[in-house]
Design a protein around this ligand. Structure first.
Ligand SMILES: Nc1ncnc2c1ncn2[C@@H]1O[C@H](COP(=O)(O)OP(=O)(O)OP(=O)(O)O)[C@@H](O)[C@H]1O
Ligand SMILES: [Mg+2]
Length: 258
């Protein structure tokens, strides 16, 4: 299922959070939305599952204006990993993951099977974590459960808002790789919000750069590198490369190649 923002505008009072966004995510593609704090990334995501509606323009999923899709159908179509406060802390892991299937009227046995299959998919042992309360999980476990929950109703569209922020580098790397594998297995259409261009290049097919609510450039990593649309995109790419180079030079003994 494709996702299209068509001249989508969102204002909060006199502040324009999103200024006429024209952007398309193709069927089965993962697009990363990159930009600084306040650039409109979360706002753009929220227009897709109708946490917000645009003031002008429209958002289409599979060619249909999301405002015309019946709420239950939209919930089935779109999974969402929230930037924060994702899980209900006093619900168990199984209750959190089963929330949407339960709303959709699945029977108990089917939900239980689904919960266990999803936990295995994000590499958590169902027997160990199924009955734990969400507030008892580590940060990395909670992020895995949040991804499992978003996948619960097998949505063809998955939106992830900085899902692996605030994690240590190793856990983050593991989850990024697992995400790529899960996408390969399931083939959903995804939008992955991150402020980290390095992460964007790892998890996504193309990258869209937002600044002050406007789309600056969209393309594959190599295009951003070779033909940055402006100074901001160039500096994002340079910063990511500089960091990798710096790390390599710090870690490598002279004369050794990395
Ligand atoms: N509910 C709201 N009420 C008022 N202003 C809002 C609201 N939500 C977002 N904004 C404003 O809209 C702009 C875009 O916010 P948004 O949350 O989309 O940014 P973001 O790119 O996701 O930032 P971050 O990386 O910090 O999460 C910001 O200036 C923000 O303050
Ligand atoms: Mg945000």
């Amino acid at each position: 299922m494709s996702i299209v923002w068509r001249r989508a505008v969102k204002r909060f009072g006199d502040r324009t959070a999103l200024a006429s966004l024209d952007l398309e995510v193709e069927h089965g593609e993962v697009l990363a939305l990159v930009g600084g704090s306040g650039s409109g990334k979360s706002t753009a995501l929220k227009l897709v599952n109708r946490l917000l509606d645009p003031d002008e323009g429209a958002v289409l999923v599979d060619g249909e204006d999301v405002r015309a899709i019946e709420p239950h159908a939209l919930r089935r179509r779109v999974g969402y990993v929230f930037q924060r406060l994702g899980l209900f802390p006093h619900w168990t892991v199984a209750e959190n993951i089963g929330a949407t299937p339960s709303l959709l009227g699945w029977d108990r046995a089917r939900i239980d099977r689904r919960v266990d299959a999803l936990l295995a998919r994000v590499e958590l042992d169902p027997a160990v974590v199924r009955g734990r309360f969400a507030h008892e999980l580590s940060g990395g476990q909670a992020q895995r459960v949040a991804v499992a929950r978003a996948l619960a109703a097998e949505p063809p569209v998955l939106l992830l808002d900085e899902p692996f922020g605030a994690l240590d580098a190793i856990t983050r790397g593991q989850l990024q790789r697992r995400f790529v594998e899960i996408h390969r297995e399931l083939g959903f259409t995804g939008v992955f919000v991150t402020h980290d261009l390095g992460e964007a290049l790892l998890v996504a097919d193309r990258v869209a750069v937002l600044a002050d609510g406007a789309l600056v450039q969209v393309g594959e990593g190599r295009e951003l590198y070779e033909r940055p649309a402006d100074r901001y995109v160039a500096s994002l790419v340079e910063a990511a490369i500089e960091q990798a180079d710096l790390l390599r030079s710090r870690l490598c003994v002279r004369g050794e190649s990395p």
